[in-house]
Design a protein around this ligand. Structure first.
Ligand SMILES: Nc1nc2c(c(=O)[nH]1)N[C@H]1C(S)=C(S)[C@@H](COP(=O)(O)OP(=O)(O)OC[C@H]3O[C@@H](n4cnc5c(=O)[nH]c(N)nc54)[C@H](O)[C@@H]3O)O[C@H]1N2
Ligand SMILES: Nc1nc2c(c(=O)[nH]1)N[C@H]1C(S)=C(S)[C@@H](COP(=O)(O)OP(=O)(O)OC[C@H]3O[C@@H](n4cnc5c(=O)[nH]c(N)nc54)[C@H](O)[C@@H]3O)O[C@H]1N2
Ligand SMILES: [Mo]
Length: 766
């Protein structure tokens, strides 16, 4: 069996390996020294916001915080390679479709607006004006604005996103499928119910004060490397860090900080997790409820012994609703069910709860390991319940912290990218701009796919992202996109979404975050973004644009808008020429942006008020609300175990990718090299399958809707992961995620609970 792709795992996250990997990445991108200058400006007051992730920036952030994956994200954008009209002339779209995501994006930055020519199956350069005019004509010609879908990926700045939603609502629809529908949607839904605001309550400073930090369903070593610095500092001052993750993730075990010269010289590393528990996929609600059960038992014991209470009775009495029902629900949940569903033993859960009870201030963070399941919303409500028990919301060093993905995914929501916009926002838009705003709720990602499939949608506009690859059931979605009258992708590099053209199709190339964006008065323009801690700050590019033919995202939206809805309500090119004017409109229509233009220019920007962080609860009861529902009847791994040869699959990210952008084929923290078509599986599961490491199999989707789903030719990697729970990479495995499998209340594709089985690969015919 060929197992040469399985190698050593890094001894620690970060360290020399990270520096080496950066060097390699810079060489590969052919980035000149100006690139290094670019990097040193990331997250500085006069620099640009790192497009890598949405983790916050330190208050005294004058020095560049080293982050390997930030370097990758930046050098990926600042590459010297170009996908020019000559490149598109050399390759038919059908040929380009044969390339992997990795090979396709290696061709570099787009340089010209391109229009698909069906006769030659090629993209040809087109003038911006012609592109805008044709897009406008087609949009105006649809029998209803609801037949168009306006997708947003979370890199768009506040200014671009606000202008986009204004244009789309003027055009007449709330169809805003958004990457967050596949990402933190469940966090927004659950937190609004529990605490009255769909965002996290902590600031970066709180990580300096917490006594315990629970990191649930998140892999920061790869996806939020700057968070590791904060976790490391917390660990070094003695805070306990409790991890719940089915997979042993290197970055959560040990981190060697490249900023720490002594640690680097000695080849040392800091232990991150003080406690590492490995629940089964989707077992977190049971685990958290188990911890609550331990807290209640300890409370009873304390009361009986005349010791101080474990619960924060004052907080519960003054601030909470539904406590008695919740306590009853927890007591009604038996340990058998908790152990079976969580995959953890009572003793393990008691150890985790012990950390919680001994800590004065606790932060809980989470990401996709919690949000991409069937029962995500209920699980996040349970996390809130648990945190309320000791008043761990709305005070220093404590709070709820959903760690966002894309660098501005939270800001895009704040400024109106929302298919179910709040009435107050629509009222404000209507009053300020004086037009009749569409009120009917629009499409999220799954609804948009549904509308494409049933023929009711006819146009797709993508502001960034890679809709065809990021969404579930890739094969189906590609077919759906090809059936449209119009597909438009605003992008920086070629990707597979560009290769499934509708009848009329455009690729519109835009400036990246690192590039100079010149305004009408000839000076460089500032955009703004909001991080996971609700800090809004400015970002100004410093590099020369990849091509003189690029427009900013704002400029492209303005061009399409002018051609579609005209200049009656606002003058689009004026707005595109001066982003201060866009910010004035944001200030006039969205609370929290008072004095936007001035405050944005302060070094760290400003904080958007979060009512729950101040213990003001905008829930129906005006209280922090306990939810007392039962545990899920059955999770994906419980269901899988009942079926012979079935496994619960999660799809996650390797260390060398940014979502559908694949930088390289290695995942050194997990010891996999040069190969992405892999399945991580427990060694005993391999034995039970009668299979070996490195063996090739087809992965078969087992969703009961009669559709055949096969991901061919994957290889097994034995791994420290619970039995019955397996893992592999996104987007390669998206062919197996059924569009029909969506999270309760969040409607998020369940990309971390997929039921699969295996089929041995037939020996290739001679
Ligand atoms: N370098 C880099 N940075 C990124 C991204 C990237 O692709 N590359 N993507 C960005 C985006 S958009 C996002 S949303 C974030 C994603 O950040 P993460 O959420 O960290 O991303 P994933 O790789 O999906 O990792 C999910 C983690 O949850 C664990 N997990 C899976 N299922 C369960 C479960 O049932 N219970 C528990 N407790 N754990 C579980 C997995 O083992 C894995 O460690 O990162 C952002 N930052
Ligand atoms: N199976 C499975 N599916 C998933 C997930 C999973 O964990 N498993 N994760 C989900 C999550 S959390 C998310 S957020 C989505 C991500 O879904 P998307 O946001 O749609 O995908 P990305 O891969 O981030 O988008 C990459 C493309 O964005 C373009 N781009 C990069 N920078 C810019 C820019 O500055 N401007 C513009 N206009 N374009 C730019 C480039 O052309 C690049 O090809 O995927 C989801 N899908
Ligand atoms: Mo995301």
């Amino acid at each position: 069996m060929d197992t040469t792709f399985i190698g050593k795992k890094s001894a620690a996250a970060g360290g020399w390996g990270a520096l080496k990997s950066c060097g390699k990445q810079l060489l590969q991108s052919g980035m000149p020294l100006s690139g290094a200058r670019t990097m040193l400006k990331a997250n500085q007051p006069d620099g640009f916001d790192c497009p890598g992730c949405a983790w916050g920036d330190p208050e005294h952030g004058s020095s560049f915080e080293f982050c390997e994956n930030g370097v990758k994200a930046v050098s990926w954008e600042a590459t010297e390679k170009r996908a020019t009209p000559e490149f598109f002339a050399e390759h038919t779209v059908s040929d380009l479709r044969k390339l992997s995501d990795y090979e396709l994006e290696l061709n570099g930055r787009l340089t010209h607006p391109m229009r698909y020519d069906a006769a030659t199956d090629r993209y040809l350069a087109v003038a911006w004006e012609d592109a805008f005019a044709e897009i406008g004509a087609i949009l105006k010609g649809l029998d209803s604005p609801d037949r168009a879908e306006f997708y947003t990926s979370g890199r768009a700045s506040n200014e671009a996103a606000y202008l986009y939603q204004l244009f789309v609502r003027l055009y007449g629809t709330n169809n805003f499928p958004d990457c967050s529908n596949m990402c933190h949607e469940a966090s927004g839904v659950a937190l609004r119910q529990s605490i009255g605001v769909g965002k996290g309550t902590v600031l970066l400073e709180d990580f300096e004060k917490a006594d315990a930090i629970f990191v649930i369903g998140q892999n920061p070593g790869t996806n939020h490397p700057r968070m590791l610095g904060d976790l490391r500092r917390a660990a070094l001052r003695g805070a306990r860090i409790v991890v719940l993750n089915p997979v042993r993730e290197r970055g959560l075990e040990k981190f060697s900080d490249p900023q720490d010269k002594i640690e680097m010289l000695r080849g040392g590393a800091t232990d991150i997790a003080s406690h590492y528990f490995q629940p089964k996929l989707g077992g977190d609600m049971a685990a958290v409820r188990g911890m609550a059960k331990v807290v209640f038992a300890a409370e009873d014991a304390a009361v009986a012994a005349g010791l101080p209470s474990i619960l924060d009775h004052a907080f519960i009495a003054e601030h909470c609703e539904g406590f008695a029902d919740y306590r009853a629900a927890v007591e009604a949940t038996g340990w058998d069910q908790i152990e079976d569903q969580s995959g953890l033993t009572q003793a393990e859960i008691e150890r985790a709860a012990d950390v919680y009870m001994k800590a004065d201030s606790v932060i809980c963070t989470w990401a996709m390991g919690i949000t991409q399941h069937l029962h995500s919303v209920a699980t996040i409500r349970e996390i809130s319940n648990f945190m309320f028990l000791r008043g761990n919301v709305g005070r220093p060093g404590a709070g709820l912290c959903p760690v966002r993905g894309h660098s501005n995914v939270q800001g895009d929501r704040t400024v109106g990218i929302n298919e179910k916009p709040p009435t107050t926002f629509l009222d404000a838009l209507e009053k300020h701009f004086g037009f009749a705003v569409p009120r009917k709720h629009g499409h999220n990602v799954l609804a948009a796919i549904g509308a494409m499939l049933d023929g009711s949608a006819q146009a797709f506009i993508g502001l960034g992202g890679n809709f065809a690859r990021a969404t579930p059931d890739s094969a189906l979605v590609e077919k759906a996109l090809r059936g449209l009258k119009l597909t438009v992708n605003v992008a920086t590099k070629p990707n597979h979404s560009h290769l499934v053209p509708g009848e009329v199709s455009f690729i519109l190339p835009c400036l990246g975050r690192t590039e100079l964006d010149m305004g009408a008065n000839g000076t460089s323009q500032l955009v703004s973004v909001e991080d996971s801690m609700s800090m809004v700050h400015g970002s100004a590019g410093i590099n020369r644009p990849a091509s003189p033919h690029l427009l900013s995202e704002v400029g492209i939206i303005a061009g399409i808008a002018e051609a579609t809805v005209g200049n009656g309500v606002v003058n689009w090119s004026d707005l595109a020429g001066d982003y201060d004017l866009i910010r004035e409109h944001i200030e006039a229509t969205i609370p929290g942006f008072e004095d936007y233009n001035r405050r944005l220019r302060k070094p760290r920007g400003f904080h958007l008020r979060n009512a729950a962080a101040e213990r003001e609860w905008n829930t129906p009861a005006a209280k922090a609300t306990f939810f007392a529902g039962p545990l899920p009847q059955e999770t994906v791994h419980q269901k899988a175990i009942r079926g012979e040869g079935r496994y619960a699959l999660q799809t996650f990210r390797s260390h060398d990718q940014y979502n559908t952008t694949v930088y390289g084929l290695d995942d050194r923290y997990r010891g996999v090299y040069g190969e992405r078509q892999v399945i991580f599986i427990h060694p005993d599961d391999l034995k039970a399958l009668g299979a070996e490491a490195g063996e090739r199999v087809d992965v078969i989707g087992e969703f009961d809707d009669g559709v055949e789903r096969i991901a061919p030719d994957f290889r097994f990697v034995p791994y420290d992961i619970p039995r019955g729970s397996i893992a592999g990479y996104y987007p390669e495995l998206n062919v197996l995620v059924p569009v029909g499998s969506a999270g309760d209340e969040s409607d998020t594709p369940t990309s971390k609970s997929i039921m699969v089985s295996f089929r041995k690969r037939q020996a290739a015919a001679a």
